[in-house]
Structure formats: structure tokens, C-alpha cells
Design a protein around this ligand. Structure first.
Ligand SMILES: Nc1ncnc2c1ncn2[C@@H]1O[C@H](COP(=O)(O)OP(=O)(O)O)[C@@H](O)[C@H]1O
Ligand SMILES: O=c1ccn([C@@H]2O[C@H](COP(=O)(O)OP(=O)(O)O)[C@@H](O)[C@H]2O)c(=O)[nH]1
Length: 249
């Protein structure tokens, strides 16, 4: 039996996007098991209060198609390697979750019999409603996309209440806060503002997709312990991107 949802919970079903780079911790490349364990703990807190959790995991800590292409490789081959990298990260994440006794499943957009299940929307929803965390790997299964787009796509497909984009900065700013210390943070943005101002925190394909399907996105800093739980119970974390204020909340 899945745990009953706590009444203080704002989002009952979430799609959490974890960037591959977040998994490196203090290293330059690869996966830091300590980071995975901390994430597993935070995800476990959500499961404990009855939140249904889907995860899309990136692969940028291992391979990115665009970078491989810049180094001379054919782009589609590079993107296939990038998608396979997300499967490796997903396996590592599942391992960390299972070590913390959190039931989890990995599904892949690319068929990989014997390693992970092939993605199927109805099965994924069944798993989530029975309390299992579902990790969606291999992005959209298509080259020329990103895992941000995959997160928005899966979030819409599984009818999540929100897409939560975990990143290294604590929200969306008027310019990149890493290279501009004077950048100003937004509490709220509507989809068209992100598009027209080309705010680089998520790729524009992903923003178009959530705009067309009215899917709210929250960008927040997952390196801050407790941020994820706070957000799910309605705390003010990061930046909310959704419909324009006069129509929305
Ligand atoms: N307007 C912006 N607001 C916030 N972050 C931005 C903005 N423009 C660019 N960024 C960058 O986007 C990064 C977050 O995106 P993310 O997808 O997590 O990283 P990556 O693209 O390296 O995987 C931040 O580290 C930040 O430097
Ligand atoms: O639907 C997808 C999702 C990802 N990728 C490839 O997988 C890589 C890793 O994903 P991403 O860069 O989005 O990872 P993140 O930045 O979140 O770590 C990308 O660079 C792409 O090459 C792809 O081809 N199609």
C-alpha cells in the first residue's frame, strides 16, 4: 500500500528533473555516490508523505551530443551516447534509492531489454500510484532534444502537478547569475517572458511544450538541503514559471 498523502502537500505527483552535472558533486566528471545518497534521502522524504515521484535524469556529467559533435563526432551518434549516459545515471540513482529502501523503477525511451524496462506511460502511472519512484531515462529517445524537454514531455504525459527543475542556481534570473553577480532573481515568470527574454535556464523547446500544455515549472536549488521538501509542501523556493499573473495564481 502506498502511504496516504499528507494534507499539507501542495503537489501530489511531481516530475523532478535532475541534471547530470549535479551528480558529479565536487568532481569534474562521473557520479559521486555521496550526492546520490543525499538525493535519495530527500526523495525518500517525499515518498514518505505520499508524494508520487517521477524523475528525469540528465547525462551532462558523462556525455553531451553537442560537445561530442564540436569535437568532431557525428551529431546523432553523440546524442545517442548522451541518451545512453542518462541510462547509466538512472541505474546509479535507482541503486541509491534501493539502498535507502525506496522502491524504484527505471524506464528507458530506448528499448534495452534485460537492462531496463521500455517506457510505457500507463505502466509508469501504475507504478507511481502504487508508491514506486519511476526514473525515466534515455531522454525523449530522439536526437536533437534535451533532458529538459524530456522532463516537460514526461511531466505532461503522466499528468504531474508540476515539473521541478533542480539546478545549481536558486531560480531564474534576468541574466546568467554565474557570470553576472548583479543578476536579479524572479519569483514568478510567465512562459512568454522566458521565451521573449531568452532566459537560458531551460531550453526554449521545453518552455514551448509546457506553455502549450499549461504545465507549471519550478526552478530551484537542489544543493540546498530541505529545498525539495519545502517546495512540495508549498514553501517559496526558486522561481515559478506558469501562466501570466492576471490569469494564474
Ligand atoms: N537567466 C538565467 N537564470 C538562471 N540560470 C541561468 C540563466 N541563464 C543561464 N543560466 C545557467 O543555467 C544553468 C542551469 O541550467 P542546468 O540545465 O541545470 O545546467 P546545464 O545546462 O549546465 O545542465 C545555471 O547553472 C546557470 O548558470
Ligand atoms: O531527448 C533527448 C535527451 C538527451 N539527449 C542527449 O543526451 C545528452 C545529455 O542530456 P542533457 O544535456 O539534457 O543532460 P543534463 O544537461 O541535464 O545533464 C544531451 O546533450 C543529448 O546529446 C538526446 O539526444 N535526446
Amino acid at each position: 500500500m502506498p502511504p496516504a498523502t499528507d494534507r499539507s502537500v501542495k503537489y501530489k505527483r511531481i516530475l523532478l528533473k535532475l541534471s547530470g552535472e549535479a551528480l558529479t558533486g565536487d568532481h569534474e566528471f562521473g557520479i559521486d555516490p555521496k550526492v546520490l545518497d543525499r538525493m535519495a534521502l530527500e526523495i525518500g522524504q517525499l515518498v514518505g508523505i505520499g508524494v508520487q515521484v517521477g524523475i528525469v535524469i540528465g547525462g551532462g556529467n558523462l556525455f553531451r551530443g553537442a560537445a561530442l559533435h564540436a569535437a568532431g563526432m557525428e551529431r546523432v551518434t553523440g546524442d545517442h551516447m548522451g541518451m545512453l549516459a542518462t541510462v547509466m545515471n538512472a541505474l546509479a540513482m535507482r541503486d541509491a534509492l534501493e539502498r535507502s529502501s525506496i522502491r524504484s523503477r527505471v524506464m528507458s525511451a530506448i528499448q534495452m531489454s534485460g537492462v531496463v524496462e521500455h517506457y510505457d506511460r500507463r505502466t509508469a502511472i501504475r507504478y507511481m500510484t502504487s508508491g514506486d519512484v519511476v526514473i525515466f531515462s534515455a531522454g525523449t529517445g530522439n536526437p536533437f532534444f534535451t533532458t529538459d524537454s524530456a522532463a516537460c514531455l514526461r511531466g505532461i504525459e503522466i499528468d504531474a502537478d508540476v515539473v521541478l527543475k533542480a539546478t545549481k542556481v536558486d531560480g531564474v534570473y534576468d541574466k546568467d547569475p554565474v557570470s553576472h553577480p548583479d543578476a536579479v532573481k524572479y519569483e514568478h515568470l510567465d512562459y512568454d517572458q522566458v521565451l521573449s527574454q531568452k532566459l537560458g535556464v531551460m531550453d526554449l523547446t521545453a518552455i514551448c511544450l509546457v506553455r502549450d500544455h499549461d504545465m507549471p515549472v519550478r526552478v530551484f536549488d537542489m544543493t540546498r538541503p530541505g529545498a525539495l521538501l519545502n517546495l512540495v509542501v508549498g514553501g517559496r523556493e526558486g522561481t515559478l514559471i506558469d501562466v501570466a499573473r492576471d490569469q494564474g495564481q
